[in-house]
Design a protein around this ligand. Structure first.
Ligand code: HEM
Length: 401
């Protein structure tokens, strides 16, 4: 077994998507060094098969964005970092609350919203699609599903950004205090109030928060602290990632006029547009794990307590799974076979919702917009969150259909 730190990574950091030559660097790792050490000391899995297998090996690789040694009380662990078998329990409660048949109900809300946002953008001849299109869509949709008052959606989104961009997700005790409550007191107080109102109501509203509180699995319901923790996580995960997917879709359309024209004239291509964008511009670039036991990946020894990054973006360009992986193709035979939503027991439970929002956002855009041009001086700059991929802004000119 090879335990020596790899020389290939001395000059290349696979956890820095803005590094020069990043894409060819990942291709080099897939070919020659599929389990490599990053400059930070974490292992990096570059190949699709290794990422998928490791995502299923939940007893060996425990999901965690936390720094080594950070201990989080059980009730305050986000669903993605809860070890089995407790994860399975919380996950079943979440699955039942966001069941597929309930998600379809949100489509008319999303459609109306997209129409209004595009009318406003067309009235000014265009503008920043991130701020004025991609941000409001998932914020409103997830807020609507959860049952938060519409007037508060923007506030939720700001709090969610604060958590993602702050140090709480990697620590537990940060410069503002202990736990989520110490680090983000306004957000937690707001969510606690939403929980209290539903607990006290004789006839609570039929929304996600009520269902999360009421759903019983194996004779147990979530405590108030568990419910708060998962609600905050759901708001963040439903918001941040889908925003980047919609922004990335808009970037593809604005930078590839042939793709815009093809999908606009054949709406049957929209699903493939969404999948190919998820594959080539994955909103989550890495999934972080902590190794719970000594193990081996592709012949390389990985030790207990080591940090391991699953290279989502690299897996999605693995040439053994996707012929001509750097080409953006609307005719891939199995367009959903990418790793953008992860795999194994933690696979994204919000993928149907994300796909619905993306499809509606594109469909309404093709109805209303006849042409889309990027600002001539535009340079794609990614958002400042290391694991996330989406443009910070996207200034475009738009013409009406
Ligand atoms: C384009 C949009 C999205 C992308 C790319 C995405 C991606 C992912 C990925 C890769 C994971 C696996 C995490 C891991 O293995 O550590 C995940 C988990 C999760 N996602 Fe999503 N997601 C998206 C949208 C959503 C939405 C809309 C929701 C909310 C309804 C959501 C809720 C969650 C939750 C709760 C988990 C944790 C599941 C668990 O650990 O069992 N996601 N997501």
């Amino acid at each position: 077994m090879d335990t020596a730190p790899s020389s290939a990574t001395d000059a290349f950091d696979p956890l820095d998507p803005e590094a020069p030559g990043y894409r060819s660097g990942l291709a080099g790792l897939r070919a020659h060094d599929p389990v490599s050490r990053c400059p930070s000391g974490a292992w990096f899995l570059a190949r699709f098969d290794d990422c998928l297998a490791a995502s299923k090996a939940v007893h060996t690789f425990n999901a965690s964005f936390r720094e080594p040694g950070v201990v989080v009380p059980d009730e305050e662990q986000f669903v993605n970092e809860i070890p089995e078998p407790r994860h399975g329990h919380v996950r079943r409660i979440i699955n039942s609350a966001i069941a597929q048949h309930r998600i379809g109900r949100v489509e008319p809300v999303a459609r109306d919203l997209c129409g209004t946002l595009l009318d406003d953008l067309l009235a000014t001849g265009g503008g920043d699609l991130v701020a004025r299109y991609s941000v409001p869509i998932p914020t409103t949709v997830i807020g609507h599903l959860l049952g938060a008052p519409v007037a508060d959606h923007r506030q939720w989104a700001e709090w969610s950004d604060e958590v993602v961009q702050g140090t709480y997700p990697t620590r537990y005790r940060n410069e503002r205090g202990t736990g989520l409550e110490g680090a983000h007191p306004e957000f937690t107080a707001y969510v606690d109030e939403q929980i209290r109102v539903r607990r006290d109501a004789a006839d609570p509203p039929d929304d996600f928060i009520t269902r999360l509180l009421a759903t019983e699995v194996d004779g147990r319901r979530l405590t108030d602290v568990e419910a708060r923790t998962q609600l905050v996580f759901l708001f963040i995960s439903g918001n941040e990632t889908t925003r980047h997917l919609i922004s990335n879709l808009c970037y593809v359309l604005a930078s590839q006029p042939d793709v815009f024209a093809a999908c606009r004239s054949d709406r049957g291509l929209v699903d493939n547009l969404v999948e190919e964008t998820l594959r080539t511009m994955s909103p989550i670039q890495f999934l972080m794990r902590t190794c719970t036991a000594d193990t081996e990946v592709a012949g390389v020894a990985v030790s207990r307590d080591d940090k391991v990054a699953f290279g989502v973006a690299s897996a999605n360009r693995d040439e053994t799974h996707f012929p001509d992986p750097d080409a953006f193709r609307l005719d891939r035979p199995d367009p959903r076979s990418h790793f953008a939503f992860g795999g194994g027991p933690h696979v994204c439970p919000g993928s149907a919702l994300a796909r619905l929002e993306a499809r509606v956002a594109m469909d309404v855009l093709f109805d209303r917009v006849g042409g889309m041009t990027l600002d001539p001086d535009y340079v794609f700059t990614k958002v400042p969150v290391f694991w996330a991929y989406g443009p910070a802004e996207l200034p475009v000119s738009l013409t009406a259909a």
